[in-house]
Design a binder for this molecule. Structure first.
Ligand code: FAD
Length: 571
């Protein structure tokens, strides 16, 4: 359908819904709408509402000096990768007024709400002047605040959330510190680290957990640690910052890191200051509790973005998802609802990606840690495919992981780590999850192929083939974290790679019988349970099927030596 036709259809639907008496209780007629926060969520809601409603008075209150800025680009401006600050500042109050007739007030903070009188008190940050504004509908999108651990000297650590934070950080980095410490190895922490290294600054990354990037499972993140270290980052895992001084960060272990500047990036929490003032219901995860249309416990007040809890796409539980896509999407949900359109509820699947030097790390859905903690059954599948055909120059291997419900074959989550092509695969899987495509059905997807781009069996198809082999009982697998227990139980583990590969590195105490020699050397393998492994799982699959035909109880090591050797099992 052409764009004009779609627009016309939308207008007609809009008109019809305004006449629909059964409509799920929108804000009666919203002549005056206020947004608190003028970036991802707030500005999406404001501009969408204007497209739907040409006459409503829409006021956007934004505490900072900037509106609609690209906070996701801030680390790259610090590192000089993005050279032009203006490119981060997507709109100005004047441009938003000209195009959308929005009354955008920067440097203006919402300081109080009266939900009975339906008013907001706005304070001019520079002058302190207070103004009272009436609303028919109020949208809260104030975002999140940086979590600052309660340790001595924490106020010396600089956050990175706003353009003002970025300017302050650039000013300090401009004084050419030799060494900076970043506390927190989440997405933003890792981005800051990379950008500081880009400026040739020595960096220590302090992370309390045994790994960076918490959404990624431990066997997937090993490569990320290697990349950080290879790029000169002093990576301190299992390290807790205990105090920050002007020239040092002191760790709980007693270690002292001499440093000129500290950045804190241990995560964010919903900024519920206003919500708590007026007693809006706060959910179990500490965000504002909202219904499927993002209405809070006061029906004329909506909440979106980092401040609001989301409904998890898998189990419907409350989750916090401080990501831009869903903040924007919920902005549209809210604008539609205010305008009288019944929007489709948008649960959170949680799809994310981050660049770590030359690598991409991406995930969608649940990870194995979370599935385990929830006691939910799953099968994990690991592969190490190239982003394109091996015979085409420049192939790089990536690492993919798929998590599957063993009963229904529903895809529960996926992760990818690699140089090239990870984004495409995770996005395809995320789309499949949204569409309810099962794991074996991934092999049926007809994906674009020519040698520079993919293989005739795309890595996503391969995951589907493996899922199907498992679902139909053709393959039985064990995982990297089963190996120690299997060896303790005396199960023979056979390396079916070549003698050369085995010599270059293998799982300790494993017998090497290359797959092509299995027939000839079958007498060396005692009957019963046996595990085989190869580099990535493909030759292992052939070997296991061969052994099972000979009445062995053979299992293939999922993801092969590559997965095992990247995992904590190797340590
Ligand atoms: P925000 O976009 O943070 O906007 C909230 C605004 O509200 C702020 O400008 C604040 O000044 C204003 N405000 C707060 N209180 C008041 C008040 N009382 N009165 C008036 N104004 C107020 N997400 C991704 O998906 N991918 C990424 O790569 C990514 N990178 C990021 C990098 C950085 C450095 C940061 C900080 C965030 C990143 N995010 C990323 C997260 C993403 O930017 C947020 O999830 C998204 O912006 C949330 O939108 P929001 O509207 O809830 O809040």
């Amino acid at each position: 359908m052409g764009r004009e036709l779609l627009d016309l259809r939308e207008e007609l639907l809009f008109g019809l819904r305004l006449l629909d008496d059964d409509f799920d209780d929108p804000v009666a007629v919203a002549e005056q709408v206020e947004m608190v926060g003028g970036v991802a969520g707030g500005m999406s809601a404001a501009t969408r509402l204007r497209r739907l409603d040409p006459t409503a008075a829409i006021i956007v209150l934004e505490r900072s000096k900037y509106v609609s800025y690209a906070n996701c680009g801030l680390p790259y401006y610090v590192g000089g990768v993005i050279a032009d600050q203006a490119s981060l500042l997507l709109q100005t109050p004047a441009s938003l007024d000209a195009r959308f007739d929005l009354d955008v007030r920067v440097g203006t903070e919402a300081v109080a709400i009266d939900p009975i009188a339906q008013t907001v008190t706005a304070r001019n940050v520079a002058s302190g002047e207070l103004t009272t504004l009436s609303y028919d509908a109020l949208v809260l999108s104030p975002g999140a605040e940086t979590i600052k651990p309660p340790i001595p000297g924490i106020d010396l650590a600089m956050p990175l959330r706003t353009v003002e934070d970025m300017d302050a950080l650039i000013e300090r980095v401009g004084r050419k510190p030799k060494h900076v410490t970043v506390i927190g190895g989440g997405f933003i922490g890792v981005e800051v680290v990379e950008n500081l290294r880009h400026l040739d600054i020595e960096v220590t990354l302090v992370e309390a957990a045994p790994q960076v990037l918490a959404p990624i499972d431990p066997e997937m993140v090993g490569q990320v640690h290697k990349v950080l270290v290879a790029n000169g980052v002093d990576l301190r895992l299992n390290a807790q910052a205990a105090a920050i001084e002007h020239d040092a960060v002191v760790l709980a272990s007693g270690d002292r890191i001499e440093t000129e500047l500290t950045v804190v990036a241990i995560g964010v929490r919903p900024d519920t200051t206003l919500a708590k003032q007026i007693g809006l219901e706060i959910g179990p995860r500490g965000g504002i509790s909202v219904d499927e249309f993002n209405r809070t416990s006061v029906k004329t007040i909506y909440a979106i973005g980092d401040v609001a809890e989301k409904r998890d796409a898998l189990d419907g539980s409350a989750v916090l998802v401080p990501l831009a896509n869903i903040a924007n999407r919920h902005g549209r949900v809210v604008a539609d609802h205010i305008a009288g359109i019944t929007p489709r509820p948008v649960p959170a699947q949680v799809t994310a990606i981050v660049k770590v030097f030359h690598m991409a790390v991406a995930s969608t859905g649940w990870n194995e840690k979370r599935l385990k903690a929830a006691g939910r059954p799953y099968i994990a599948i690991h592969t190490h495919p190239g982003q394109h055909a091996g015979y085409y120059p420049g192939q790089d291997l990536m690492m993919l992981k798929l998590l599957v419900d063993p009963e229904t074959q529903q895809i529960l989550g996926a992760q990818g780590v690699g140089v090239d092509g990870v984004d495409k695969r995770i996005d395809v899987i995320a789309t499949a999850m949204k569409g309810g495509i099962t794991a074996p059905e991934l092999m049926d997807l007809e994906l674009a192929y020519a040698p520079p781009f993919s293989s005739a069996k795309d890595p996503v198809n391969m995951l589907g083939y493996i899922a199907d082999n498992i679902a139909t009982g053709q393959t039985k697998i064990v995982h990297w974290d089963d190996v120690t227990e299997l060896q303790a139980a005396g199960t023979p583990i056979i390396d079916v790679r070549t003698a050369f590969e085995h010599k270059r590195g293998s799982i300790p105490n494993t017998l090497n019988i290359p797959v092509d020699e299995l027939r000839a050397r079958i007498g060396e393998i005692p009957k019963g349970k046996v595990v085989v492994y190869c580099a990535v799982g493909q030759r292992g699959h052939t070997a296991a099927m061969f052994l099972n035909r000979l009445d062995y109880d053979a299992y293939n090591l999922d993801g092969g030596y590559k997965t095992w050797s990247n995992s904590p099992a190797r340590a």
